[in-house]
Design a protein around this ligand. Sequence first.
Ligand code: GUN
Ligand code: ZN
Length: 438
Amino acid sequence: MSSVPMTAIRGRFLDIQNTVAQARDIHDQVRYVEDGLLLTENGKVSWFGEWQQGQHLVPEYIQVEYYPDQLIVPGFIDTHIHFPQTEMVGAYGEQLLEWLDTYTFPTEIQFSDKAYADKIAQFFVQELLKNGTTTALVFCTVHAASVNALFEAAEQHHMRLIAGKVMMDRHAPDALCDTAETAYQDSKALIEKWHGKGRNLYAITPRFAPTSTPEQLAKAGQLKAEYPDVYVHTHLSENKNEITWVKELFPEQKGYLDIYHHYGLTGSKSVFAHCVHLEEEEWDCMHDTDSAIAFCPTSNLFLGSGLFPLNKTWEKQVKVGLGTDIGAGTSFNQLQTLNEAYKVQQLQGDKLSAFESLYHATLGGAKALNLENILGNFNIGKEADFVVLNLKATALQTLRQERAKHIEDALFALFTMGDDRNIEATYIYGQKAYAQNV
Ligand code: GUN
Ligand code: ZN
């Protein structure tokens, strides 16, 4: 990537310094700098600390961007989202399998048209930025054109996106089906074209076990073996009817996850969306293979899929990130997603602290994507993706924030009440890519 100008940001910073093994350890890793300075060079953090200590490092020719009243946190990471479903958020009345047939497949058929895919990809990337999301793991459609459209849109902002072509050769309309062989060939060509180009990364993306024949899953596994560095992204154990169907379709395998495992699709760069109803052995397999879960609270509630047991990820030492799962999910916004995550925990008698929420939305999400060494906090050398938050975007928020007892309370109120109005600016690779007031 060509050189990116230096930037100097002054303001109130909050991040999590290191990944942790248990939620109770997060508190010790919270780094709160009330008057801080962040310097970026070539898109990476080159210095971070107290303004007092760092101000002399700012070259005279650089204008400091000062946010005295805001809170600056690392960019939000969305570990599961479908860009072609942007236009179908809020589709009424169905649970997963009927929702796919009634709303999703007809919507996705449109993406054979590159011009249409371009239009929605532009809107999608803009919506991510508007919501402070700087990295996402994204489903496209079965059409290669949809992948090209998305990566081209992401490249315009130097965004780090992971995405892939859906592989799907049965139980869907003909217009949305590939074959085991064309899925393999098309995915391979897209990997060669996009994986590691700029900040783009590729994910092998079988939609879910019911829409792939065993032959196609074998081809997906062959691709992963040929390109071990690429990701695997799919759905797992979201809905009870889905699980019953999967067990009928694959009687040879021990369970749902065992199908993916059998075809070589588990691993430290594999992300499984939902995992609401995992069995004990499946939790063990997730741990043993270092696979990750995308927790999608707004989607799991909207489709009536169930309550994801977040605490089990700590107990079983399984990586987890937050996913919006647009368009089954109801918001692009990670603040709203955390608001619902908190309620999912409450319904199970569990708590979700503000700092744990911040962890999942930033460094923990990076870890789920195997990117914790380059994303997720302000450590020197990390890629400089961050969000400037206005904690007082409405009259009610102002009233509440003026009574906040400490930063954790202020953060919790933001996560409960916040939405895109709180995203004042989003920086990608050290550069301002979105500002609410321009
Ligand atoms: N399972 C298979 N496809 C999908 C999808 O598009 N959305 C969700 N939420 N679950 C799925
Ligand atoms: Zn999904």
